[in-house]
Design a protein around this ligand. Structure first.
Ligand code: GDP
Ligand code: MG
Length: 438
């Protein structure tokens, strides 16, 4: 998924202007990418519609290129599609909080019962009880008991045909032992069938769970989302745990589930080990799907910190070739406002692992020296750098307390920066690398 979307968006990032045809072409690619990723077609249709509306209707903001703005729109909408904020488990007003795990066979219910128990023990010092509610395969009870042993957590099981009775007895024991959480493992089938649904409804009626957590295998893509819809209609699930995300490269299930069921993804399974459970963060997932590293963070930072009007003023000066040392100082301050410069560099695509960046440290002190030099210039000199003959340069060096060589170098860099600024104003952030002090 990432690769295709990235390609489509890359074509846009370089562009100063984006036409309707560009938006249509990018939308087409994104649409194909989502369908390839096995996202539900209705979800894709709505998604593309929103992207187009927003991309066509947007105001052009000074600090972002149109290409960057479209990336931001796509990212925002992907995040929204997955639920915007991280969701939490419901908690009962009195202990125990009851969590009932449901899902098809092999999706990871039993494993996830163990993972969730461990998570609650680690984060809340919880004392959970596990109930073995999958009675059809003896191995299923043993599997849960082994997990209980690993975690030193009690597992309730009974030689009994009626699952609802097992659950009722297990709950009675939990109340007596004052367990604060009860996690109920249930049986699954390879496909949804009526007998399974009826059994789960009976368990639900007895347990009155605070959470009915549906476990979905991420590798099943949009089929997973359809299954989720069916379970949700019958049982009104409270949330979803998406397992095997470690093996899923497409992201189709993550993208469809929220849109299809309206229910949040609570956690993700990232491996077979009991520690491999992670929270689900829609914004991080969206960035991961877009595969754009932290470029989105950078875009947001730029948008927050960089005054669009200021940018327009500079662009104007560039066009009129009146950019002088006063503007230069303003620009340095703008760039400094964005935060530690080396961090900003690392957010650029392809820069995080760039070996050159390893030896590339940004010297804030150097920026201070640069400013001192400019402050030692007269107003006339600042406005017209061509005035800066050797004797003026010596005076400035003395005034700023910097060596003459540094003054000379700085003036040379200023002239180079002028070119760079031109590139920045046309949206090429990589040009930042050429600023003095970087
Ligand atoms: P159940 O039938 O729904 O109870 O599924 P199980 O808990 O028995 O899990 C089925 C298989 O999936 C087991 O081999 C688990 O180790 C594996 N599994 C569960 N969760 C994950 C996960 O997040 N990542 C990976 N890679 N494997 C998982
Ligand atoms: Mg199981």
């Amino acid at each position: 998924l990432s690769e295709r979307i990235q390609k489509a968006l890359k074509n846009l990032t370089g562009k100063g202007k984006v036409s309707e045809a560009d938006i249509n072409a990018a939308s087409r690619e994104i649409r194909l990418a989502l369908l390839e990723a096995d996202v539900n077609f209705k979800v894709v249709k709505d998604f593309i519609k929103k992207i187009k509306e927003r991309a066509l209707g947007q105001e052009v903001q000074g600090s972002l290129t149109p290409g960057q703005q479209i990336i931001k729109i796509v990212n925002d909408e992907l995040t929204k599609m997955m639920g915007e904020e991280a969701a939490k488990l419901n908690k009962a007003p009195h202990i125990p909080t009851i969590i009932m795990m449901v899902g098809l066979q092999g999706t990871g219910k039993t494993t996830t019962v163990g993972k969730l128990a461990k998570y609650l023990m680690d984060t809340e010092k919880a004392r959970p009880l596990l109930i073995a509610g999958d009675i059809y395969r003896p191995a299923a009870i043993d599997q849960l008991k082994q997990i209980g042993d690993q975690l030193s957590v009690p597992v309730f099981s009974e030689d009994e045909k009626d699952v609802a009775k097992i659950v009722a007895d297990g709950l009675a024991q939990a109340k007596e032992a004052k367990n604060d959480y009860v996690l109920i493992d249930t049986a699954g089938r390879l496909e949804i069938d009526e007998a399974l649904m009826e059994e789960l409804e009976r368990v639900k009626a007895v347990a009155k769970p605070d959470n009915i957590v549906l476990v979905v295998d991420a590798m099943t893509g949009q089929v997973g989302a359809q299954v989720a819809e069916t379970f949700d209609k019958r049982l009104d699930v409270t949330g979803v745990i998406l397992t095997k995300l470690d093996g899923d490269t497409r992201g189709g299930a993550a993208l469809s589930i929220r849109a299809v069921t309206g229910k949040p993804i609570l956690f993700t399974g990232q491996g077979e080990k009991l520690s491999e459970l992670e929270g689900f963060y829609p914004d991080r997932m969206a960035s991961r799907i877009l595969g754009m590293g932290d470029v989105l963070t950078l875009i947001e930072k730029a948008q927050r910190d960089y005054d669009a009007k200021e940018a327009e003023k500079v662009a104007q000066k560039m066009r009129e070739n009146t950019f002088d040392f006063n503007d230069f100082i303003d620009q340095l301050e703008q760039v400094q406002k964005m935060g530690p410069l080396d961090q900003i560099m690392k957010m650029l695509p392809g820069m995080a692992n760039n070996p050159q960046l390893k030896n590339f440290s940004i010297d804030e002190k150097q920026i201070a020296h640069t400013k001192a030099i400019v402050y030692s210039m007269t107003e006339a000199e600042r406005q017209d750098p061509d005035l800066l003959n050797p004797s003026r340069r010596r005076r400035i060096a003395a005034g700023s307390g910097r060596p003459i060589m540094e003054v000379n170098r700085m003036i040379k860099q200023f002239k180079q920066s002028k070119e760079m600024m031109q590139k920045i104003t046309s949206g090429n952030t990589k040009a930042l690398a050429g600023l003095p002090g970087m």
